[in-house]
Design a protein around this ligand. Structure first.
Ligand code: NAD
Length: 389
């Protein structure tokens, strides 16, 4: 028996009804010892799970032991499609009473991330959450406090800071190659997902789905934002959703944000579900310079989107043309976040992704809505250790 469990704990857990809790508790304590694999439970077996599952399977440090979806047939389908020996569940409650696991990977509708992440943390599980990690900044802060009080790890997507292109831009800025930085721009848009309504319902929107990438990239490169002014709108009041019909759009499908990063640096981000993009949702072959950073000695332009990019142009000469750097992915994939943080637990290392940063991004999204609704500048309260690395 685990030495950290007292006799009182054992008696508390020893009734037949609590057997599953005991097994889970033993498992958590075991995890503090040297683990060679982290047991993963995936909640939400929809579109993005098709990117996460193969990536998790590619790592020798993780094992997918549970799949859960309220549309239970989806959990069964993913088990079959990816030849998993995982247990399947139709609710988080059933999953938390079932097979022991270490970390929950949350891939559900955005609106339920906060409540699901809280239940997992309360049950002693680490959490990697797709964005947003909570539905309000206050809820996100409470989740982090809960995780810290239980010595658990909590992380939120995206994983953009892991790319070699991010590392290059970060290095150029930290080494002062751009001179005095004045302005930056980020943009991300397409004509919007058609497979689920939650993207357009309250708690959804183009900021937590798309703008979140640019907000994460620009705050990580330029530093935490001190204040924000924004305008958001709904361009399409209704949407046609696959197998569902027409739904009312309640969350912004168009947003422009202005962020003050201090020292006079201002960035602009635009995102929306109404941008024609012949490269589609997958953005294959996208050449747009979606991130641009301007200093008085050089500027940088990232090719494609920050979550899947093919390089960065650095323009620092009056005589020669801009040079292309980091044209290879270096193994980075946008869906790697859960795998990388799981590997960091097993290897006892610190990942580049940082939860305070995700929380800051969440406060920016919430404050952008407030700024737009009230027509005023909003001062931000959150921050994170910067530079990230
Ligand atoms: N689809 C993508 O390419 C993509 C890319 C990056 C990030 N994301 C993010 O991933 C998340 C999921 O997006 P998606 O496109 O996979 O959506 P989806 O609609 O395809 O899948 C969501 C799944 O979650 C399930 N679900 C909802 N509530 C649940 C609950 N309480 N318990 C268990 N299961 C529940 C739904 O039944 C559905 O199967 C979102 O946060 C989205 O922003 C998606």
């Amino acid at each position: 028996m685990d030495q950290n469990l007292t006799r009182k704990d054992f008696l508390k857990y020893s009734s037949a009804a609590s057997a599953a809790m005991l097994l889970n508790a033993l498992h958590i304590h075991a995890e503090e010892q040297n683990l060679s694999t982290l047991k993963i439970a995936i909640i939400g077996c929809g579109s993005v799970s098709n990117r996460y599952i193969p990536h998790l399977q590619s790592s020798s440090s993780v094992e997918i032991v549970a799949l859960c979806d309220i549309k239970y047939e989806r959990a069964l389908e993913q088990k079959k499609q990816y030849h998993l020996s995982a247990e399947t569940y139709n609710s988080i409650e059933a999953m938390l009473k079932g097979v022991a696991f270490d970390m929950m990977v949350t891939l559900t509708d955005m609106q339920v991330h906060g409540e699901l992440n809280k239940k997992a943390l309360q049950a002693g599980k680490h959490v990697w959450s797709e964005k947003p990690m909570a539905n309000t900044y206050a809820e996100g802060k409470a989740l982090l406090a809960l995780a810290q009080s239980k010595k658990l790890k909590l992380w939120g997507a995206p994983a953009v800071v892991n790319s070699p292109q991010f590392a290059f831009m970060n290095k150029m800025i930290q080494e002062g190659k751009l001179g005095r930085i004045a302005s930056a721009h980020g943009q991300y848009g397409h004509t919007g997902p058609t497979w689920s309504a939650f993207f357009y319902e309250k708690g959804g929107g183009s900021m937590p789905d798309l703008g979140v990438y640019n907000i994460a990239t620009l705050t990580a490169l330029l530093g935490p934002a001190k204040s924000i002014m924004a305008m958001t709108s709904i361009v399409n009041p209704s949407r046609e959703i696959d197998n569902r019909g027409v739904v009312k759009v309640e969350a912004e499908d168009n947003a422009h944000l202005l962020l003050d990063h201090g020292k006079g640096i201002i960035s602009h981000i635009m995102c929306g579900f109404n941008y024609f993009d012949p490269h589609g949702h997958e953005a294959k072959g996208q050449q747009l310079h979606s991130i641009q950073i301007f200093g008085d000695k050089a500027n940088m332009r990232l090719i494609g989107y920050d979550w899947e990019t093919n390089g960065v142009y650095l323009d620092d000469s009056w005589e020669t043309q801009a040079k292309l750097y980091e044209a290879e992915t270096g193994g980075y994939q946008w869906q790697e976040g859960a795998t990388k943080v799981a590997e960091s637990i097993v290897g006892n290392t610190s990942p580049k992704i940082n939860v305070e940063h995700a929380l800051h991004v969440l406060e920016i999204i919430e404050s952008a809505r407030k700024s737009s609704a009230e027509g005023k500048k909003i001062y931000l309260t959150s921050s994170f250790k910067w530079p990230l690395f």
